[in-house]
Design a protein around this ligand. Structure first.
Ligand code: SF4
Length: 341
């Protein structure tokens, strides 16, 4: 919701300021999704607001629920007709995690990613990012779900640090106790390795979590898999992460999509371990292995045994490793599958 626009509207129309607080609490705390639901406002005022201000800047067009009911994918329409996707994932039994998009499309163009293949349409505004949360929370509330959204990860469509200002404003709204009120430690931003963004994020949000999509620890291969590596090669990324860890004292989540025959050999596990050690001690990393989800490209998913072998090699080297459960594969809501279809 555009609270600034609402505030101006109320002022210009001589409506007392407490109405702003009523709307803010109804939308950000109780997840009202339409003016009709905000019954604390007089009917006449609701009618006027309906014609001037949107409760949400995103409109739910389609919802898909995975067979196991552990993933829900939303397709949202933006006011200019573009589409984005947002995914609720049940990573913990009692809470949902929300994966939000930061751009319509993505300019990074990782070849294994459905979003990247479409290129960039445009950056999302702060409201378009935050409203993905509000609309998803409204959906859960309308379904009578007891379970709430406990964490947010900026890992949907787009590279968050290529839209830094909007992402920063959305993080502030999500963390603000007067608005959504998630603790900063429950907010994570995932980057493909945008070095200036990592440096700003360390200064602006030292309590939030940082995830880096690495996928390879050698420049030639990483340049193919994550083309942003051609601008910010591993040597620069290493320095930025070293400084991030030094200043925040926080661990970094390292995302590694495992592609059969491309980045999952024994020597590549050893290289990943060696590269991480050039950045910081193993205790500063959690390596999330993400077995590749099919997106129609030339890549193959590794077998379960190959995934376990790769994870085991890293664990034996002293790293904390998690293998991501693939939630939502049947609804194309898994990592790298968001395409805004
Ligand atoms: S993996 Fe992330 S950075 Fe790469 S193209 Fe997809 S959305 Fe963009």
């Amino acid at each position: 919701m555009d609270l600034k626009k609402l505030s101006v509207f109320l002022k210009e129309n001589g409506i007392p300021a407490f109405r702003l607080n009523q709307v803010r609490d109804a939308v950000y705390k109780r997840f009202a999704g339409s003016w009709d639901e905000i019954t604390a406002l007089p009917a006449g005022l609701r009618e006027r607001l309906r014609h001037g201000i949107f409760v949400h800047s995103v409109e739910l067009l389609e919802t898909q629920v995975s067979k196991k009911r552990d993933a829900i994918k939303f397709c949202f329409g933006l006011k200019d007709g573009l589409r984005i996707e947002t995914v609720l994932l049940k990573l913990l039994a009692d809470k949902w995690s929300l994966c939000v998009s930061t751009q319509a499309g993505c300019p990074v163009r990782c070849p294994f990613c459905a979003t990247g293949r479409k290129g960039l349409k445009r950056n999302l505004s702060p409201d378009e990012i935050t409203d993905q949360f509000l609309a998803a929370a409204h959906y859960l509330k309308a379904k009578g779900g007891e379970q709430k959204i406990g964490s947010v990860i900026f890992m949907g469509m787009g590279e968050p640090f290529l839209n830094y200002d909007s992402v920063a404003e959305a993080v502030r709204t999500m963390a603000d106790p007067e608005l959504i009120g998630l603790g900063q430690r429950h907010i994570s931003v995932s980057t493909a390795g945008h070095v200036p963004g990592i440096r700003r994020f360390a200064r602006d949000f030292p309590q939030c979590n940082l995830a880096v999509s690495l996928h390879a620890a050698e420049d030639a291969l990483r340049g193919d898999l994550v083309p942003l590596n051609r601008t910010y090669p591993l040597s620069q990324l290493s320095k930025a992460l070293k400084d991030y860890i030094f200043s925040t004292k926080r661990r970094v989540f390292v995302e590694y999509v495992l592609l059969e025959g491309v980045n999952n050999s024994r020597s590549q596990a050893a290289r990943l371990n060696a590269w991480l050690r050039t950045v910081a001690a193993p205790k500063y990393f959690v390596v999330n292995i993400i077995p590749y989800n099919r997106t129609g490209g030339p890549y193959k998913a590794p077998t379960r045994e190959r995934v376990q072998l790769f994870a085991g090699l890293l664990e034996a080297a002293g790293l904390e490793v998690t293998v991501r459960k693939s939630l939502g594969e049947d609804i194309a809501g898994a990592c790298g599958q968001l395409a805004g279809k």
